[in-house]
Design a protein around this ligand. Sequence first.
Ligand code: GLA
Length: 468
Amino acid sequence: MKTLNLKVSIAFFLMAALLNCSKDDTSSPEISTMLNIPFASTASNITDYSFQANWVLVSEADSYLIDVSEFSDFSTILNEYKGVAVQENTLVVTGLLPATNYYYRVSAKRGAEITSHSNVITVTTTGVMSEEPEDPTFLKVKANALANPFFVGVAVKSNQLTEGSSYNTVLKNEFSSITAEYEMKMDPISTGSGTYNWQASDKIVKYGNDNGINVHGHALVWHNAVPNWLSTFSGTDVEFALEVKKYITDVVTRYAGKVRSWDVVNEAVADNGDMRNTIFLQKMGANYIKDCYQWARDAANAAGDTDLLLFYNDYATSTNIPKQNKVFTIVDDLKASNLIDGVGFQMHNTYLSPTKMQIETDINRAVAKGLKVHVSELDIQVNQNNDITFLTEERNLAQKAKYKEIVKIYNALPAVNKYALTVWGFKDNESWIPYSTDLNHPGNDWPLLYNNKFELKSAHTGFLEGLD
Ligand code: GLA
């Protein structure tokens, strides 16, 4: 492989040289030719924490832009190595994790002209990924040892679930449940009437099943994930409802016995406490929620899965009382028909809000009805007013205290009401918070348990202390 790469490098180098010669032959240096796309060559000096990225010089380039990622599709690029400009044809990439796959690619730059990306080089750092993060206690290990244990969950993307990735290691060490961050919603799965793209959802479910990790399905019906073909549906309302029924039936059937629980309807209540005026409400009428739960239950039963847990999931119910009231009206209605097993409280919180009392009051309404409680999308913002430019020690500790508080509240629930406490992502820099247009978050934030380098934050210690 190395020899092949070397040969290719040499061939490319010769080609580049030839191109140069022929250009020189025209003796018209002012005629600008297109800049060649650089050729990335294999990495050298690979250690546990670094490697040297190399590429072949491009004639007339004044610099190169290099990207380094943990993903071969570069869907997320390491913050410190996002189009880093270098003059040389080499760069030492540092601050990495041992035994982890990285990918790099380069573009050449001359003035404002930037070429497309080069070929992609894969490099695996040496060493062994530490089986233990710095703190000797793993979240799930501690949660499993409780008198009344519960799942510790995390939101995942399918491209994180590969052997050799740092996500894979942290996930297996620390978490006992996964929720797809977006790949199990209707939009990515449903490509047309009765046609589906199962690629990512299958990968996530299989990963959970293969590794003994609980899989929570999220979410069958959500107004923000309606595929284009359905939002522009031109059939009758009855036909629309049949499409929704078919979708729910097909998805629940496919994952029967593999997914333990589903958020059937997500965020059906508006912030003013009215029913949210979604396409589902408009076309299917006020009974649409019940219909969806019935279809999910019927599909599971027909597939032999009589244990499937059905959840209703929503946000900001602890602070917004009209909304909370409306959610529990829906929940009561579903409960009366025996169509609901639990309530998902998203908990996209801040270091100031909601208060302990507000959270307890909200959650206790589900407990009083004998329902399971899922803290389903936990993250804790520390910069919701954009008044800090880095995570200050004061905010860091305030966040730690808030993580500890909610874990403590959750842990104090009666055993029958416990299900899972799920954190909405791994690393701060990959959280949805600063990028959300819905949330209108004004600046950067650090809402999760691990920093950009996957190091444990005080928030993680706070979570552990909440389990004491
Ligand atoms: C809502 C949804 C989640 C997710 C977040 C933003 O809370 O329920 O699935 O989309 O918004 O990441």
